[in-house]
Design a protein around this ligand. Structure first.
Ligand SMILES: NC(=O)c1ccc[n+]([C@@H]2O[C@H](COP(=O)([O-])OP(=O)(O)OC[C@H]3O[C@@H](n4cnc5c(N)ncnc54)[C@H](OP(=O)(O)O)[C@@H]3O)[C@@H](O)[C@H]2O)c1
Length: 379
C-alpha cells in the first residue's frame, strides 16, 4: 500500500437512519485496500434534488448508516497495492457510478442509490456504502479518473493552462450525465438534437454538451428567460421552442428549423409526467431518428409505437454513462472544447459549504438548478 499521510480519524457527514437528518461525525479514516484508493476530497457536488434524496421524499433506496455524497474532485491520498498508475497527490475526478467488477450490470450511485437489483444492493451494502461528503473517501481505483492539472489549472498566461479553480472543474459531473445519453445515440457533428426539458440542471448541461459534440440544438422548455439564455450560446446552433402543452403547436414549432430532427434527448423530471413535449419531440424526428431517454418519469408514458415502427425510430434508455464516456469528456474539458471558464459565463459557482452547513448547500443547489450553476460541499 502506498500512502501519503492519512490521519487516524476524519470528519464525515453521516446519515444514521434513513430519511433522518445528517450529522457530522468523527470516524476512522478509510484505508486503501486492493482495488481501491483513498481520496482527499476537495469539493463534492450537490445535486439540485439532494435534499429530497436524504429526507426520503424521492424514495431513493440506499443502506444506512452511510456517509452521504456523490461525485467529487479530490487528490489521491493513498492507493491499494495493486494500483499501477495512480499516485498520491494526483488530482482526480471521483465518479459516483460504481459497477460490480464481476457484474458490470450491478450499478450503484455512491452515496445516493443502491440500484434496483440484489447484486447492486449487495455492492453498496457490503463494499461501497460511504461516499464523499467527508474529508477522505475510499473509491474503486477505476472510479478515480486522473485530471491533467497543468492543462486545467495552469495559468493561461503560460500559454498552456485554462486557469480553472478546482470548484469549476466539478461541473464535469453534470456534463457527464447528458454526454452518456448523447454519445449512446451517436450524435454526430451537423445533426440536429431536440433537448427537453432544456431549462433544468442536466437539460442545460445537455445543450452545452451537444454543442461541443458539433450538433445543432432545439432547446424546449417552459421558462422563456432560461430559453433566451440558451439561445444566446449560439445564434446559429441553438433554437428554442416553448413547451406550451399543445402538441400540435409544439410539433409545428419544432419543424420550423429546416425539417425533422435527427435525435431527441429527454431528461424529464418526475414532475413532468403527462407533459406533451415527450410525444411532440418523437413525432418531430426523421426516419431512423434516435431517442435517448434519461428522464425520471415514475409511471409509463404513451409512446407512438406505430410511428416508431414505420420510421425505424430507435428508443434508447440510459442510466448515467460509461467509464469511456468519462475519459472522453475529461479530454474535451482539458482542451477547452467544453469551456468552463468564468469569462464564458456559463459555469457559476453559487456556493461552497463546509460539512456542517449541508442544509444550506442543499437549499442553494435546489434554488439554483439552471445551466452551469453549481453548489458544492468543501469538507
Ligand atoms: N438517467 C440518468 O442517468 C439521470 C441522471 C441524473 C438525473 N436524471 C433525471 O433527470 C431529471 C432532471 O434532473 P435536473 O437536475 O435537470 O432537474 P431540474 O434541474 O429540477 O430540472 C427540471 C426541468 O424540468 C422542467 N419541468 C418540470 N416540470 C415540468 C412540466 N410539467 N412540464 C415541462 N417541463 C417541466 C423544469 O422546467 P421549468 O424551469 O419550467 O420548471 C426544468 O427544466 C431528474 O429528475 C432525474 O430523474 C437522470
Amino acid at each position: 500500500m502506498a500512502t501519503g499521510e492519512l490521519p487516524e480519524t476524519h470528519r464525515a457527514l453521516v446519515q444514521r437512519v434513513y430519511a433522518q437528518p445528517l450529522q457530522v461525525e468523527t470516524l476512522p479514516t478509510p484505508q486503501p485496500t486492493p482495488g481501491s484508493a483513498v481520496v482527499k476530497v476537495l469539493v463534492a457536488n450537490v445535486i439540485g434534488y439532494m435534499k429530497n434524496i436524504y429526507n426520503g421524499a424521492r424514495k431513493y433506496s440506499y443502506p444506512t448508516p452511510l456517509v452521504a455524497g456523490t461525485s467529487a474532485i479530490g487528490r489521491v491520498a493513498a492507493v491499494g497495492e495493486d494500483a499501477v498508475s495512480l499516485k498520491p497527490g494526483q488530482l482526480v475526478f471521483f465518479d459516483c457510478t460504481i459497477r460490480g467488477r464481476d457484474d458490470p450490470g450491478a450499478i450503484i450511485l455512491s452515496g445516493i442509490a443502491d440500484g434496483s437489483s440484489e447484486p447492486s444492493r449487495k455492492l453498496m451494502r457490503d463494499a461501497w456504502r460511504d461516499s464523499t461528503y467527508a474529508e477522505y473517501a475510499r473509491a474503486p481505483l477505476e472510479n478515480c479518473f486522473p485530471l491533467n492539472e497543468a492543462l486545467l489549472c495552469g495559468s493561461p498566461s503560460d500559454g498552456v493552462g485554462l486557469g480553472y479553480d478546482i470548484a469549476r472543474i466539478s461541473y464535469i459531473a453534470a456534463l457527464l450525465v447528458p454526454y452518456g445519453g448523447l454519445r449512446d445515440i451517436r450524435v454526430e457533428p451537423g445533426e440536429t438534437v431536440i433537448v427537453a426539458p432544456a431549462t433544468g440542471g442536466f437539460g442545460g448541461a445537455a445543450v452545452l454538451v451537444a454543442l461541443a459534440m458539433g450538433a445543432r440544438v432545439i432547446a424546449m422548455g417552459r421558462n422563456t428567460d432560461v430559453l433566451a439564455k440558451l439561445a444566446g450560446l449560439s445564434s446559429t446552433r441553438v433554437k428554442t421552442v416553448k413547451i406550451t402543452g399543445n402538441q400540435e403547436e409544439e410539433v409545428a414549432a419544432l419543424q420550423r428549423f429546416g425539417g425533422p430532427a435527427d435525435a431527441y434527448f429527454d431528461i424529464s423530471p418526475r414532475e413532468a409526467q403527462g407533459a406533451t413535449y415527450f410525444k411532440s419531440a418523437i413525432l418531430s424526428l426523421r426516419h431512423a431518428g434516435r431517442v435517448s431517454y434519461m428522464g425520471g418519469f415514475l409511471e409509463d408514458v404513451p409512446i407512438p409505437l406505430r410511428l416508431l415502427m414505420r420510421k425505424d425510430i430507435k428508443l434508447h434508455g440510459k442510466w448515467m454513462y460509461s467509464p469511456d464516456d468519462v475519459r472522453s469528456l475529461v479530454k474535451m474539458v482539458e482542451i477547452g472544447l467544453l469551456d468552463l471558464s468564468e469569462s464564458r459565463g456559463l459555469v457559476t459557482v453559487m456556493g461552497e459549504f463546509p460539512l456542517e452547513r449541508w442544509e444550506e448547500a442543499f437549499d442553494m443547489a435546489a434554488k439554483n438548478a439552471a445551466v452551469g450553476q453549481i453548489a458544492l460541499i468543501r469538507p
